[in-house]
Design a protein around this ligand. Structure first.
Ligand SMILES: Cc1cc2nc3c(=O)[nH]c(=O)nc-3n(C[C@H](O)[C@H](O)[C@H](O)COP(=O)(O)O)c2cc1C
Length: 344
């Protein structure tokens, strides 16, 4: 067990006494300091755990989901904790402060979080400058979105700007059209809107690939709140446009699983244990519909090794965690990787 994993059970009661966002800021700072003094570090990645997906070699199947390191402030530290990949962002063309605080809430009884952060981030260009200096061997994905005041009609320009800006530093790009906290963003999941957006991004990806002499996969991150008809429509478009892969899923706007909790009606996206099942079902549905050449990154409510294995069994090629890390700490990384290794 790494030092970070051993320390977390001691720190957790202190962190959980703080406001959730404050605890997040503290943890990020601690991670950076601990990494600078070489106090965190897992065993060196072994070839046995490596997997090839999207034409990339991932040191292992487990990644840090978007939103934890929105500004690409500590990718090296996350790599040292043992993640095979780190997805930074969501990043937008211009910096923006996000929604007013409080905007992040813990529901410990349900091992859940509700957030309405609203893409607080320093802007894609600042993140790119940080990523140019990274040293980690972990794969780095850059998750991109639109500014809150960009209308959906011109959202494409924001995504294209971010794709171009991040192309030289990203191992893959994640197109976020599924956050519930930017007004109208999820409307981009409509069949015509997604065809236009992903079509434009694919075209630009081709041009940039030629210019840079390197092809960077572009994935689309989707919501868990999709009907069967919407899933079929999305899969049809993804197959038509031969998308490189998808990330399933983002947070949910549903509240059944936490009904009655005093914080249940806070606006925002719900994550953690209450989304485990539903996100796995979305993965299973897409795996049946998507061409085999479009791998899925499974995310949503992975709180233990078995949850990760279920997502892989449902058809995910890789998995990510966010809320599980808040409740379980870095020990979750080793637990997931051990469970995956035992699964064979
Ligand atoms: C506080 C918070 C902020 C998040 N920010 C983003 C984001 O900026 N972009 C994004 O694509 N997903 C974001 N997510 C969603 C996560 O990446 C993940 O898809 C979701 O939380 C489900 O996984 P989990 O149950 O392991 O947390 C955020 C989640 C949380 C809890």
């Amino acid at each position: 067990m790494t030092l970070a994993a051993k320390l977390y059970p001691i720190l957790k009661p202190l962190l959980f006494r703080m406001d959730a966002e404050r605890a997040h800021v503290w943890t990020t700072w601690l991670m950076r300091v601990a990494h600078a003094f070489r106090l965190i570090g897992s065993e060196a990645p072994t070839e046995a755990k490596a997997v090839d997906v999207f034409g990339l070699r991932f040191p292992n199947v487990l990644g840090l989901a978007a939103g934890m390191d929105k500004s690409a402030a500590c990718v090296d530290a996350w790599g040292a904790v043992g993640f095979g990949f780190v997805e930074v962002g969501t990043l937008t063309p211009r910096p923006q402060p996000g929604n007013p605080r409080p905007r992040l809430f813990r529901l410990p009884e349900q091992e859940a979080l509700i957030n309405r952060m609203g893409f607080n981030n320093p802007g894609i260009d600042a993140a790119v400058r940080r990523l140019e200096k990274r040293r980690t061997k972990a794969i780095v994905g850059v998750n991109i979105g639109k500014n809150f005041d960009t209308p959906n009609d011109t959202a494409q320009n924001d995504y294209l700007y971010c794709l171009k800006a991040a192309y030289s530093v990203a191992d893959y790009i994640a197109v976020n059209i599924s956050s519930p906290n930017t007004k109208g963003l999820r409307d981009l999941q409509g069949e015509d809107a997604i065809r236009r957006l992903v079509g434009a991004l694919r075209q630009e990806q081709g041009r940039l690939g030629f210019e840079h002499g390197r092809r960077v996969p572009v994935l689309v991150k989707i919501a868990p709140d999709l009907s069967e008809i919407q899933i079929e429509a999305l899969a049809r478009v993804f197959n038509e446009l031969a998308v490189d892969g998808i990330i399933a899923t983002n947070t949910t706007i549903a509240r059944e699983a936490v009904a009655g909790h005093p914080l249940a009606e806070q606006a925002g996206g719900l994550s953690g244990a209450p989304v485990t099942k539903c996100s796995t079902e979305v993965i299973r549905a897409f795996r049946e519909l998507l061409r085999p050449s479009s791998p899925i990154i499974g995310v949503g409510g992975i709180m233990c090794g078995a949850d990760a294995c279920e997502k892989l069994d449902a058809g995910a090629a890789l998995v990510q965690v966010y809320s599980g890390l808040v409740y379980r700490g870095p020990a979750l990384v080793g637990e997931v990787l051990d469970a995956v290794a035992r699964r064979g």
